[in-house]
Design a protein around this ligand. Structure first.
Ligand code: NAD
Length: 277
């Protein structure tokens, strides 16, 4: 049985995570944390998530529940996630991190914990997206420098605060790496005015925000005369929640290290040229 605590339990993903944990017979929810000032403190986590009473009280700080869980699942904000990682490192806990929007400096700090905490960090926990990353790397190898322009289009709900999405950036890296490109030099994040013709190396990102769109990503390989589109559409956040719970179980057998969903799903097989997918 994997004992799981959830950070940001009142958030959109927090409630989905409560549902995913309570629907998994190998997992038990043993902690759920909301903001210290939240009026929800003291309420039942299951009732908050529409799952009926689970007997787990919403608490206002991670310290209060630190001895009660094996794995913390955290889908909140970069600053809070880094604080939680330090606390988990100090108490020998594991973490599944779904938070997105980390700056370069924050990513370096996150990496600094990889010799002390076993953690899975993935901007998208869905099986379909992680399989898509493999398909994209294969497509980029086959098509990329043969006159195919690469564009990435993502769409999310109106509340999302970072752009482009962490998933769009992962997809960008998945196509850039096999082609020897780098998103720092070749990523194009906005186009406006007299921008001139497109360069062959650039990887363009377009962002759509509106309504309740859960998450849609298309990678377009466009040549003269034909184009290929690889699209993933999430229709329920529960898919991310289930992926996170799967990662939590997997972490129980891992040593300290920074892992991703490709590790969890066993998708990191070596390719014929010796590189990893
Ligand atoms: P949200 O705003 O609904 O939830 C964030 C939660 O964090 C809120 O409940 C907020 O109260 C809580 N929080 C912030 N500061 C806190 C504090 N100090 N103490 C306790 N709780 C605190 O957002 P969301 O849609 O649930 O997304 C959260 C994050 O997860 C975002 O970064 C989003 O991009 C990411 N996300 C990742 C995946 C994935 O598969 N990896 C999927 C969906 C969303």
């Amino acid at each position: 049985m994997t004992r799981i605590a959830i950070m940001g339990a009142a958030g959109r993903m927090g409630k989905m995570l409560i549902e995913a944990v309570s629907g998994d017979e190998r997992a038990r929810l043993t902690g759920a944390v909301v903001r210290p000032e939240s009026s929800l403190k003291g309420a039942d986590a299951g009732e908050l998530a529409g799952q009926g009473r689970l007997g787990v009280t919403l608490s206002g700080s991670l310290e209060e529940v630190i001895d009660d869980f094996d794995v913390l699942i955290d889908f909140t904000t970069p600053a809070l996630t880094l604080e939680n990682l330090a606390l988990c490192a100090a108490h020998g806990k594991r973490m599944v991190i779904g938070t997105t929007g980390f700056s370069e400096e924050e990513l370096t700090r996150l990496e600094g914990f990889s010799d002390r905490v076993p953690f899975v960090f993935a901007a998208n926990m869905s099986t379909g997206v992680n399989l898509s990353l493999n398909l994209l790397a294969t497509a980029a190898r086959a098509l990329g420098d043969a006159g195919f322009d690469i564009e990435i289009i993502e769409a999310h709900h109106r509340h999302k605060v970072d752009a482009p999405s962490g998933t769009a950036l992962m997809m960008g890296r998945a196509v850039a790496e096999p082609l020897g490109r780098d998103l720092k030099a070749d990523g194009v994040y906005q186009r406006v005015g007299q921008i001139g013709p497109r360069s062959a190396r650039e990887i363009g990102f377009s962002t759509v925000r509106g309504g309740d769109i859960v998450g849609e990503h298309t990678v377009l390989f466009a040549a003269e005369g034909e184009r290929i589109e690889i699209t993933h559409k999430a229709s329920s956040r529960l898919t991310f929640g289930r992926g996170a719970v799967r990662a939590a179980h997997w972490l129980m057998d891992q040593k300290a290290g920074h892992y991703d969903m490709q590790d969890v799903l066993g998708l990191k097989q070596a390719l014929p040229d010796g590189s990893a997918a």
